[in-house]
Design a protein around this ligand. Structure first.
Ligand SMILES: *[C@@H]1O[C@H](CO)[C@@H](O)[C@H](O)[C@H]1NC(C)=O
Ligand SMILES: *[C@@H]1O[C@H](CO)[C@@H](O)[C@H](O)[C@H]1NC(C)=O
Length: 813
């Protein structure tokens, strides 16, 4: 690097011209791309995770739609009004009046299109042409809480219009707009709730209400704002690390340019393939993380070179060739980690991976080109003159360039030249690790064993409430409802049975056996030919009830159920759970029931059984995603290892890297198990009681980002070690010097990252909190455990000369 003949006048001029070109180009990119940022942030096309086409949930849903289309549509439709008395019993004339008012106002066109049935203690509860009336004892038992303080008024829509006609310019246009009817119903209900009975409160809940309120969820904007709070803190860490306030003008410029470039590249993509609404916040987080890191690498190296009294050209050259190469390798590997999401069988993750990969590449390109150019042009002016040589907080300022390798090693050995306070701590630590490297590795493992031990227990959750803000009024109401009533009462699971002999004595026996199995797994009640809610019906009873013409309510009810729950050779069992069917227990229940149904079918090969409704589809998408994660991880780590092998020409290095990455992931997810699957922290964070398990949606993304950040620091450290090794230090000294010279920067960068992600902790969504926990834990582990202890200890315990190819200069010792 000293070979450049900088006496030549043409060289600085060429440098200058190139630098200005880059800066102007950066300016153009920024101006061109920035208008796209708001477009991206407001890109709110909701896109759910979807299961594979022939997953058991989809098959179940198809069966339900085929034989019992009415139930398929009505399953998610009921709206509940939870009426709660503040003083005593809720069974008052005022509540009766309120009920009547609700029933009468259903003539409102906004409600009438849905043709809702009304269930309630004071409602008429009379349905159909035959005027069938629900037994009042049953209504009372199901709709009034035991202490009589709460009652439910339930609206069950029975028609489901999906098209709406708008008149524009005198012509009628018909569009697909199911949401319009939901919106109108909500407006209608909110008008009703303006005037509620005295001394009561009326809460609105049910799946349509939750879907509606979710539409107004502004957590993305809140999150972006929370991320902005990070900037001042990040600035302080920058100041502490770089110690040059004026240089701080550069990282925001670079960040802005990266943001503009990646937004400019992603927006056309978002038009082409749908983006999930969680992608823009993730993109901003990743951009902040990567761009600030790379700026920090550049600035600190610039200051270090400057303190070595290198001239502008040499300094720029080192920035481009050494730090630039580090960034290229690290950014390339991170991009691989994100683009690897293409191996996940889920469209949401494809687009997320693609956009995040593009973001990383953009940020990498901008940092490699723009940072050195800016530093070359303005770096001198932005730093104090005459600071050459006396800026001693950096390790690089040690004036050793005149000494031979062996002499320097001797100095390292004797710690003679460690007069720099900031590196002394690192050197002391490295000294300990050098003495007992294997013990250090064992110690780290022992300390983290309690966490990594938890990994087999890790399970996902199909809890829809985890991805909703916990303070959404309808979610709060749903949880309160679940305390007083069987929560699955108006959101049943469906078991669709088919087989020609179902309605025979044998068939009844088999179905009763199935119901017993369901009861054993845990249900509140079942409705179907063999069960009337709490009462089982055997073949003889059924025959008797159907033959004897009787006026008994029970017999009429049974006839009604037979009409609605039997279609040819298909039978429907509605299964009501006593927990929230889409809540934290849903996934486990669905899996157990599916297993039970499989066993039942083995015993009765003449029948088939399908489960539909509730969390079934969610469980399928969870399985799809979770099963793909190991493949993704394997592909990613293999590719990354291959690239690392190509770059550093060492076999042990990629192995060590993969090992460190897996260690961080294991400890991180172990932490998540402890937090979200054990009651250990429930005292501290009481809302965790409502949840169990990790949201599967975030698992792949969290793994991607954790791998990416782990790589970032690891590559930065290893590149410095290689640099020292190339300068002629032996392996151990290179490792020690590498760790010591990157110590402050990685600690600072890690702290910035942890801060950047902890903004998510303040979200009301458990999903975001879990994301934050995973990212913050993994960054802190990478920064303060892996880089500090694990990497040097592993490299030292493997002994000398095993890490590098023979191409390295011989170390002199
Ligand atoms: C009964 O099933 C058939 C399909 O097998 C379907 O077309 C029909 O609509 C169903 N009848 C009712 C009343 O749901
Ligand atoms: C539009 O629809 C309304 C009501 O359905 C109808 O009265 C009117 O004639 C229609 N207009 C046109 C142009 O079709």
């Amino acid at each position: 690097m000293d070979s450049s003949d900088s006496d030549d006048e043409t060289l600085p001029r060429a440098y200058k011209r190139a630098a200005w070109c880059v800066v102007v180009l950066g300016l153009l990119v920024t101006v061109g791309g920035l208008p796209q940022v708001p477009v991206l942030v407001h890109y709110h096309q909701p896109l759910g995770f979807s299961a594979g086409r022939d997953s058991p949930g989809i098959l179940g849903q198809q069966q339900l739609k085929r034989f019992f289309p009415v139930f398929a549509e009505a399953a998610e439709a009921p709206v509940m009004l939870v009426i709660r008395s503040k003083t005593g019993s809720v069974l008052t004339p005022e509540v009766e009046q309120f009920t009547t008012r609700v029933e009468q106002s259903l003539n409102d066109p906004r409600a009438k299109v849905l043709n809702p049935l009304v269930l309630g203690v004071y409602a008429s509860n009379r349905f159909g042409h035959g005027g069938f009336q629900l037994p009042s004892k049953l209504v009372r038992q199901k709709l009034v809480s035991r202490d009589e303080k709460t009652t439910l008024l339930v609206l069950i829509p029975t028609s489901f219009p999906t098209y709406a006609t708008f008149t524009s310019n005198g012509s009628n246009r018909t569009v697909f707009a199911p949401w319009l009817y939901r919106k109108q119903l909500m407006e209608f209900l909110h008008e009703l709730l303006v005037d509620v009975p005295r001394d009561t409160e009326v809460l609105l809940t049910g799946n349509p209400v939750i879907e509606y309120e979710r539409f107004f969820d502004h957590s993305i904007e809140l999150l972006l704002r929370a991320e902005l709070f990070v900037l001042p803190l990040a600035t302080m860490i920058f100041i502490w690390l770089v110690r040059e306030i004026r240089l701080l003008a550069l990282p925001p410029l670079v960040l802005l340019c990266s943001l503009a470039l990646s937004a400019g590249c992603s927006v056309p993509l978002a038009k082409w393939t749908p983006l999930s609404p969680d992608v823009p916040p993730a993109m901003v987080s990743v951009l902040l993380a990567v761009s600030l890191d790379y700026s920090l690498f550049m600035l600190s190296r610039f200051m270090e070179n400057k303190s070595k009294a290198l001239d502008r050209e040499d300094n720029a050259e080192i920035l481009l060739c050494q730090t630039g190469q580090t960034i290229l390798v690290s950014g390339g590997l991170i991009a691989i980690a994100f683009f690897g999401a293409f191996f996940l069988p889920e469209q949401n993750l494809h687009s997320a991976g693609l956009v995040l990969g593009i973001t990383v590449v953009c940020s990498m390109v901008v940092n490699i080109c723009l940072s050195p150019a800016l530093l070359y042009l303005f770096g001198e002016r932005l730093t104090e003159d005459g600071s050459n040589g006396n800026d001693e907080h950096q390790w690089g300022s040690i004036g050793l360039s005149g000494l031979s390798g062996s002499e320097r090693d001797a100095l390292v050995g004797e710690e003679v030249f460690v007069k720099h306070s900031s590196s002394r701590g690192w050197l002391r630590l490295m000294r300990l690790i050098e003495r007992w490297p294997r013990m250090a590795v064992c110690l780290v493992f022992l300390v983290f064993l309690p966490l990594t031990w938890q990994i087999p227990k890790l399970h996902g959750t199909a809890d829809i409430y985890a991805s909703l803000p916990g303070d959404l009024p309808s979610v709060v109401a749903m949880r309160e409802l679940a305390q007083e009533f069987p929560a699955g009462q108006f959101d049943p699971y469906f078991v669709v049975l088919s087989g020609s002999a179902l309605l025979s004595e044998e068939g009844y026996k088999a179905m009763l056996q199935l119901c017993t199995m369901l009861q054993a797994i845990g249900v509140d009640s079942i409705l179907g030919p063999v069960y009337l809610l709490d009462q089982s019906v055997d073949w003889d009873t059924a025959q008797r009830w159907q033959k004897e013409p009787s006026s008994l309510e029970l017999h009429k009810a049974y006839g009604k159920v037979m009409q609605s729950h039997v279609n040819g050779s298909a039978v429907l069992l509605e299964v009501f759970t006593d927990f929230l069917p889409r809540g934290s227990n849903g996934a486990t229940w669905v899996r157990t029931v599916r297993h039970g149904l499989a066993l039942w079918q083995e015993q009765h090969p003449e029948f088939t059984a399908f489960l539909a409704g509730g969390a079934t589809l969610m469980v399928d998408s969870q399985d799809t995603v979770m099963h793909a994660v190991p493949t993704y991880l394997a592909v990613c780590i293999l590719l990354i290892s291959a690239v690392v092998f190509g770059v550093f020409r060492s076999i042990l290095l990629p192995l060590r890297l993969a090992f460190a990455l897996l260690f961080t992931l294991a400890a991180t997810f172990g932490m998540a198990v402890v937090f979200y699957q054990t009651p250990l922290f429930h005292g501290l964070f009481p809302w965790l009681v409502n949840y169990d398990g990790l949201c599967f949606e975030i698992v792949p993304m969290a793994i991607c980002i954790a791998v990416a950040l782990g790589l970032d620091y690891d590559i930065f450290l290893v590149s410095r070690i290689v640099e020292f090794r190339k300068e002629g230090f032996n392996d151990r000294s290179s490792i020690i010097l590498g760790v010591a010279s990157t110590g402050g920067i990685i600690s600072g960068a890690g702290a910035i990252m942890a801060l950047a992600f902890s903004g998510l902790f303040f979200s009301e969504k458990l999903l975001h909190q879990q994301f934050a926990l995973l990212l913050v834990t993994s960054v802190l582990l990478d920064t303060y455990v892996v880089r500090t202890v694990l990497v040097p200890a592993l490299m030292m315990s493997a002994g000398d000369y095993n890490w590098w190819p023979r191409k390295m200069p011989n170390a002199r010792r």
